[in-house]
Design a binder for this molecule. Structure first.
Ligand code: FES
Ligand code: FES
Length: 168
């Protein structure tokens, strides 16, 4: 089996690896890099659980080969929080809105929201809710996620934790 050398920036750290041509980015991240927050549900692009950011864009890591990530900046859920542990706004929003249940779908949702709200991006609530349609939650936990989407769109992350009605 042919092995290929790749170099990428993973969660801010430069990494070199040897991967087989057939290795998906998801398998490399989980098995080769220890990023087990990357969850695999369907393995064919439907469920969204494996979503990571590649060069700032949300990508299904089960549909991308690891060799295609050569030279890219990849961010997984492990890389969202600041080095001192401060939550990323999407993590804070999901926490405040009780968007977590079993958590299997959650890393993918977080990465999609992060891609749509990071940097200059100013996604509307409609865009964020529409993006959720690419994520299957087996706990049917969409209501908390919708509240998180609203808080992110309205810039009220932090207010949800202040009490009932604070972000309404
Ligand atoms: S595991 Fe990649 S989309 Fe389902
Ligand atoms: S929280 Fe369980 S699958 Fe979504």
């Amino acid at each position: 089996m042919s092995e290929h050398a790749i170099e990428l920036t993973l969660n801010g750290q430069r990494r070199s690896a040897g991967v087989e041509a057939r290795t998906s980015l998801a398998d490399y991240l989980r098995l080769g890099a220890g990023c087990t927050g990357v969850h695999l549900g369907c393995e064919h692009g439907v469920c969204g659980a494996c979503t990571v950011m590649v060069d700032g864009r949300a990508v299904r890591s089960c549909l991308m080969l690891a060799v295609q990530a050569d030279g890219c900046a990849v961010t997984t859920v492990e890389g969202l929080a600041a080095p001192d542990g401060t939550f990323h706004p999407v993590q804070q929003a999901m926490r405040e809105a009780h968007g977590l249940q079993c958590g299997f779908c959650t890393p993918g949702v977080l990465m999609t929201f992060a891609a749509l709200t990071g940097g200059e991006a100013k996604a509307s609530e409609e865009e964020l809710v529409s993006a959720m349609s690419g994520h299957i939650c087996r706990c049917t936990g969409y209501q908390g996620t919708r509240r998180a989407a609203r808080a992110l769109a309205e810039g009220t992350v932090g207010a949800l934790a202040a009490g009932p009605g604070a972000a309404e």
